[in-house]
Design a binder for this molecule. Structure first.
Ligand code: FES
Ligand SMILES: [Fe+2]
Length: 412
């Protein structure tokens, strides 16, 4: 059972079987995963260029939680739980600007942009009220490549620590300079468990057959480079042989010369990066998107794909962004269908999955991390209703606290 690879010790081997089918269908497990795996992981909220001025904010709705990222008066970014300290009302929706204060829509408690509670209507009716103890709950925030991430629980490694040397693969694309694309859809629901979408993102094995357009456009690396935190990337390089599809062919022709200020290799290369537990980085010379997989129920997920573009007024830059978006929309449709077909098959009577390929190494690694965080997923048959949490606790040993899955590299 405990045969996991530590990337520093390649002689160790991963389990070749994926997680059992019941783990993709179970509401009790999803509660546990949310608590032990998703809440302690870094979640993407917005690009720093979406909140440039004091009072600018963005929010992220996760399954049970909501987060505010706010630019303070002195310019610092902070993250707060999006819940009023009086009776819990959600404070802000979407994105926008708070001129001076965050005011709750229910009874008008007001908070400074730094989260301090400053005004309570009819304050005298709260004997002994100590406003200094009732500020918004502040959350960990980190800006990485200009992208603002927040962590709701736990205290694992920083994003910079997780990426380590691999961050240099993103540097040529200057993501921090990018700005949000206008008029594009940035989230949709997929009828699948969040781990089906996660496995699919981590699996390059399906690319040649599942994404014929991407296969015509690019020479796609099917293996990947991965570090001990489970951060991984693979590269796709534009093919010299032109595609017969005009949008792909145009992109192939434009890309090598459109952004002369970038290193030559980056101009013709797409980088697909990943950071546990649910964040993909799809990085192109002209634009990038974050691929964020959020659970909505045992067989429903929200796929969030905010798109950012290099600010460049030239026609060829706009053309590349248009073409990349068009090509990627098609890839997204294909992935949605592939994932929903997997979900449909997983509920088959007594279904048992087969082995994973070497090209599915990141899937093996992620499953090892999930086994370490929630060992109950190693049980072959679905535990009886109401017993899953206790069983997991027994398997963990009572003493082990929840921890960040990125730090949780299982060892043999
Ligand atoms: S819930 Fe916010 S002021 Fe009452
Ligand atoms: Fe795919």
């Amino acid at each position: 059972m405990n045969n996991f690879v530590d990337i520093r010790h390649p002689e160790r081997i991963y389990e070749t079987e994926p997680l059992p089918a019941w783990t993709y269908l179970n509401a009790e497990l999803l509660e546990l995963e949310y608590e032990r795996v998703i809440l302690p992981s870094w979640q993407f909220v917005c690009h720093q260029n979406q909140v440039p001025e004091a009072g600018d904010f963005a929010t992220l709705d996760l399954w049970r939680d909501s987060i505010i990222v706010m630019r303070g008066k002195e310019g610092a970014l902070r993250a707060f739980q999006n819940a009023c300290r009086h009776r819990g009302s959600k404070l802000l929706d979407g994105a926008g600007t708070c001129k001076h204060r965050i005011t709750c829509p229910y009874h008008a408690w007001s908070y400074q942009l730094d989260g301090r509670l400053v005004a309570v209507p009819s304050e005298k009716t709260f004997p002994g009220l100590d406003k200094s103890q009732l500020g918004l709950r502040e959350l960990d925030l980190e800006v990485f490549c200009g992208l603002v991430f927040v962590r709701i629980a736990g205290d694992g490694p920083t994003i910079a620590e997780q990426w380590g040397d691999l961050a240099k693969e993103l540097a040529p694309y200057r993501i921090e300079e990018m700005v949000p694309a206008q008029g594009v859809q940035i989230s949709e629901e997929w009828n699948c468990n969040w781990k089906v979408a996660l496995d699919n993102y981590l699996d390059n094995y399906h690319v040649p057959f599942g994404h014929p357009g991407l296969h015509r456009l690019m020479d796609n690396e099917l293996s990947c480079t991965m570090n001990r935190h489970g951060v991984s990337f693979s590269k796709s390089v534009i093919r010299e042989r032109e595609s017969h599809v005009w949008s792909e062919r145009m992109y192939q022709r434009l890309a090598p010369r459109a952004f002369a200020d970038m290193p030559e290799e980056a101009r013709a290369t797409w980088v697909f990066g990943f950071m546990p537990v649910n964040i993909g980085f799809d990085v192109f010379p002209d634009s990038m998107d974050i691929f964020q997989i959020l659970p909505k129920g045992p067989t429903k997920s929200v796929i969030r794909t905010p798109l950012f573009v290099r600010p460049d007024a030239r026609r060829e830059a706009g053309a590349m962004q248009f073409l990349a978006n068009r090509i990627n929309l098609q890839i997204g449709h294909e992935d949605k269908e592939l994932c929903e077909r997997v979900q449909a098959g997983l509920s088959s009577y007594r279904y048992e999955a087969g082995p994973l390929s070497e090209y599915e190494m990141p899937v093996k690694d992620m499953h090892a991390r999930l086994r370490a965080a929630c060992p109950v997923v190693t049980v072959k048959q679905r535990p009886m209703d109401g017993t899953l949490r206790r069983l997991n606790q027994q398997m963990l040993g009572e003493a082990q606290p929840a921890s960040n899955v990125s730090a949780m590299m299982p060892v043999a």
